[in-house]
Design a protein around this ligand. Structure first.
Ligand SMILES: Cc1ncc(COP(=O)(O)O)c(C=O)c1O
Length: 413
């Protein structure tokens, strides 16, 4: 019988049946066809490796105590502990934690917090500013903030307009000059700090990030950092904002928050934003919820994740991974079949030079299948091949990944 399951971002008419995955351990997945080296951390979520024992243990223990409870009017120890822990490690000045369950919802919450803030202050600021090539999720609000293209063309009638800043390709003053104008009277700027993920692993310097924050401050515009992908070490620091020395007004976290083990997200904000909603007038309430807000088992996984960061010198591990990654890029930097070979912390990316790199050209799925056949889980974005492994990956495992990438050039470039 054909499966009734409809898979995400999958054209079922073109792709073969999905691979059945039976288990995962460290940087590896066990599939029906054999072992797969997880070079994209299972869509950028797994940080310490699959089934880290401390996270597995925390999940089991919590499942034995409390599985789920309504979070309006109730709370529980994992949610309280995780929120306190997050405030401790987040950029200084963030005071409140609002839970949700995916990266998209953490961003929806951020946008709603920003709009609610201005409305509750009786100030008419509703415009959102976002970057060219941005990706913030697949819900209506996050698609609106994200770049427009083939991914959301059908849903365009639902999307709201935003002011779009050019991507800062060249320490670009154009981006900053436009922001300086656009920020006047705007509600918020939302950015992916240091590296735009789904937009093509595009990197920009911390200095630009810092300047964008300064401009927002100058105009009183809220600054939203979407660290759904960058959070929890990907860029070489716990949070990307640290490299620019900034504290956003609102910070979105998901993916690595539970070490990637369970769906969990958090939107952190300043006291000012919380206080704008704090009132005896019920109409000023922050009107957002989802059934699984702060699910206790997911929060327990989050608490275990923070414990791992405290106890296991993850900082040193990601620094070492960055070095291992850098060493392997040397070959690709001198190979004319690749361009824009780059690294941001633990993430590397490069473009394979091909005649038709467009998303619909089908190169991405062909490359993906090529890598799967060689036991490597990579999922290029068109001709952009990136490697975002869990932090437990070894040098020898990275060698296998890059050997497969070099082979791909032989076939496709
Ligand atoms: C920067 C960024 N924001 C938001 C999202 C959406 O997260 P989710 O897929 O968990 O909804 C993603 C997902 O890749 C992302 O990279």
């Amino acid at each position: 019988m054909t499966s009734p399951v409809w898979h995400p971002f999958t054209q079922h008419a073109l792709s073969g049946p999905p691979q059945l995955v039976r288990s995962g351990q460290g940087a590896w997945l066990e599939t029906e066809k054999g072992r797969l080296l997880d070079a994209i951390s299972s869509w950028w979520v797994i940080t310490h490796g699959h089934r880290h024992p401390k996270i597995v243990e925390a999940i089991k223990t919590q499942a034995d105590a409390l599985d789920q409870v309504i979070f309006a009017g109730f709370t529980h120890p994992p949610a309280e502990d995780l929120a306190r822990g997050l405030i401790e490690i987040a950029p200084k000045g963030l005071r409140h934690v609002f839970y949700s369950d995916s990266g998209s919802t953490s961003v929806e919450v951020a946008l709603k917090m920003a709009l609610g803030f201005w409305r509750n202050k009786n100030i008419n600021r509703t415009r959102i500013i976002a970057l060219e090539h941005a990706y913030h999720g697949d819900t209506v609000g996050t698609m609106s903030a994200g770049a427009r293209g083939v991914f959301n063309a059908a849903y365009n009638p639902l999307l709201f307009d935003v002011v779009r800043l050019p991507f800062p390709h060249d320490r670009s003053c154009a981006t900053l000059a436009m922001l300086d104008e656009a920020a006047k009277g705007a509600a918020a700027l939302i950015v992916e700090p240091l590296i735009l993920g789904a937009g093509g692993m595009l990197t920009y310097p911390a200095e630009i990030l810092a300047k964008m924050k300064t401009l927002c401050e100058r105009h009183g515009t809220l600054f939203i950092a979407d660290e759904v992908m960058t959070g929890f070490g990907r860029t070489g620091t716990l949070f990307a904002c640290e490299q620019a020395g900034i504290t956003p007004d609102i910070l979105c976290l998901a993916k690595g928050l539970s070490g990637g083990s369970l769906p969990l997200a958090a939107t952190l904000c300043t006291a000012e934003i919380f206080d704008a909603h704090y009132s005896t007038d019920r109409s000023r309430t922050f009107f957002h919820s989802s059934s699984f807000t702060a699910n206790p088992i997911a929060c327990a996984a989050g608490v275990a994740n923070l414990k791992i960061w405290r106890e296991e010198q993850v900082g040193a591990r990601i620094a070492a991974l960055g070095r291992l990654q850098e060493e392997r890029l040397g070959f690709f930097r001198t190979d004319a079949r690749f361009e824009n070979v780059r690294r941001m912390g633990t993430i590397t990316a490069m473009e394979l030079k091909v005649p038709d790199p467009g998303y619909l050209a089908g190169l991405g799925p062909e490359l993906t299948a090529f890598f799967h056949d060689r036991g490597i889980l990579l999922r290029p974005l068109g001709n952009t091949i990136y490697v975002m492994p869990p932090y437990c990956v070894t040098g020898a495992e990275l060698d296998r990944i890059y050997a497969a990438i070099a082979q791909a050039a032989g076939k496709f470039a």
